[in-house]
Design a binder for this molecule. Structure first.
Ligand SMILES: Cc1cc2nc3c(=O)[nH]c(=O)nc-3n(C[C@H](O)[C@H](O)[C@H](O)COP(=O)(O)OP(=O)(O)OC[C@H]3O[C@@H](n4cnc5c(N)ncnc54)[C@H](O)[C@@H]3O)c2cc1C
Length: 400
């Protein structure tokens, strides 16, 4: 007897925030069969994330983080240039530190509660569109995708790529920076304050950070363009004090060049999250923006399935761009400006930020849409003239 393999409505490659939220959204619509394939042996592991997110973002993702998912609440942000800096009171922005190992499992649990299947240690190797399904001898009315995995071949009507940054880097390497992040025990980690340190020699194009998870514990990392992140992180840790122990090391690329032009790659093939470049070009933060990608992709796919109208898939990219495009464009611009400043320029810009600008950012800054705060720093009267002079020097060099 011929046993035909199941054709899922949707297969999602990647069981992290964007893939799992797409799965939760899809399976919450009755009757839609969803399979999530995760390469790693455990959802949420290895954690390649600082876990910084605002409570309002988590609410928009419709997740109530469990007590074990929240590692800390952040009260202050120290923003430093090589020799200057200022403190922002982060109390108003309600920023928390998540344990992604717990948080992602919580979303996986919600998705399976609605009926999604999740398989770990199952790697997607290739995806091919079939127009004729030989097994059932059917000419498909729409396409069927044949998904080759480490556990054999599987079939689906819609495919969602949520395979993270590796997926976009395969298309374009130039928008990626390398990072190292260690879990560190050290007496100099202040449980109340995150630290962000800009230095365009040590961390060109990015920064170093400390994200406390408790008193004396935290995630310390560096990122940058064409640097040895192991050496850069070692020197950053040593600059903080001689006493520290590293209990976990993670190395991962990040994407800072903004979203792909389109998130649709074939008639029923969608790309979400880091794989679609949905991380903030300034900080490479993606819990919120990638998570929303997952939800919007899941919603549009469910509507397309329920109405047999594939045109509805376009609502996914329309809605994501409506929410984030203007903010991402401003962040990209701010990134370009900051990358072009040397350390002296950075110091001068930081020194020019007045107390009233700092108070404004503390009171009305938005962690998720932070281009307004950045504009206050870069746009401060004195800073603008410094940036202008740096850029005009560059222009002059063009004609030398
Ligand atoms: C060091 C670092 C710190 C960060 N800190 C923050 C932060 O503080 N706040 C914030 O908002 N964001 C942060 N981010 C970004 C955030 O982690 C990502 O934007 C977010 O996790 C993206 O989610 P995703 O689901 O799109 O992709 P990912 O989380 O990258 O997940 C992709 C998943 O796909 C799986 N996969 C890959 N290939 C295959 C395959 N072939 N088959 C099956 N599965 C596959 C992977 O195992 C992985 O589970 C940080 C990133 C890094 C690297």
């Amino acid at each position: 007897m011929l046993v035909m393999s199941k054709i899922y409505d949707v297969i999602i490659a990647g069981g992290s925030i964007s893939g799992l939220l797409a799965a939760r959204e899809l399976s919450s619509h009755n009757g839609i069969s969803v399979l999530v394939l995760e390469d790693d042996y455990e959802v949420g592991t290895p954690e390649h994330c600082g876990g910084l997110v605002s409570m309002s973002a988590v609410e928009k993702l419709q997740i109530l983080p469990s007590a074990t998912s929240i590692q800390n609440k952040v009260r202050k942000a120290k923003i430093l240039s090589p020799s200057n800096g200022f403190d922002i009171d982060a109390g108003n922005q309600k920023v928390i530190v998540l344990d992604r190992r717990e948080f992602d499992k919580q979303i996986a649990f919600e998705a399976q509660d609605y009926g999604a299947e999740i398989r770990v240690r199952c790697s997607v190797r290739s995806v091919v569109e079939l127009t004729h399904d030989f097994e059932s001898n059917n000419i498909n009315d729409g396409n069927i995708y044949l998904v080759s995995t480490s556990e054999g071949e599987m079939k689906c009507k819609y495919f969602i790529d949520a395979r993270g940054v590796g997926s976009i880097i395969r298309k374009n390497r130039t928008g990626a920076l390398q990072t190292a992040q260690y879990e560190v025990y050290a007496p100099w980690i202040d449980s109340d304050a995150i630290e962000v340190k800009f230095d365009n020699i040590r961390f060109p194009g990015f920064f170093a950070w400390i994200i406390p998870t408790d008193s004396g514990k935290g995630k310390v990392g560096v990122g940058g363009r064409a640097i040895n992140v192991v050496d850069a992180l070692k020197s950053y840790l040593n600059s903080k004090g001689s006493r520290y122990n590293i209990v976990r090391k993670v190395y991962s690329p990040i994407w800072v060049m903004g979203p792909l032009e389109s998130f649709l790659c074939g008639r029923k093939y969608l790309i979400v999250g880091d794989a679609a470049g949905q991380t903030k070009p300034t900080t490479a933060g993606g819990i919120f923006t990638c998570g929303m990608g997952g939800i919007l992709a899941g919603r549009a796919t469910a509507n397309a399935i329920n109405t047999s109208d594939q045109e509805l898939l376009k609502e996914y990219e329309r809605d994501w761009f409506l929410e984030f495009n203007s903010e991402f464009k401003k962040m990209l611009l701010a990134r370009r400006l900051l990358e072009r400043l040397d350390n002296r320029g950075l110091d001068e810009v930081f020194a020019s930020v007045s107390q009233s600008e700092i108070d404004f950012i503390s009171q009305s800054g938005d962690f998720d849409f932070h281009s307004t705060a950045l504009a206050r720093v870069i746009g401060a009267k004195k800073a603008t003239s410094i940036i202008k002079s740096v850029l005009s020097n560059e222009l002059r060099r063009l004609f030398d």
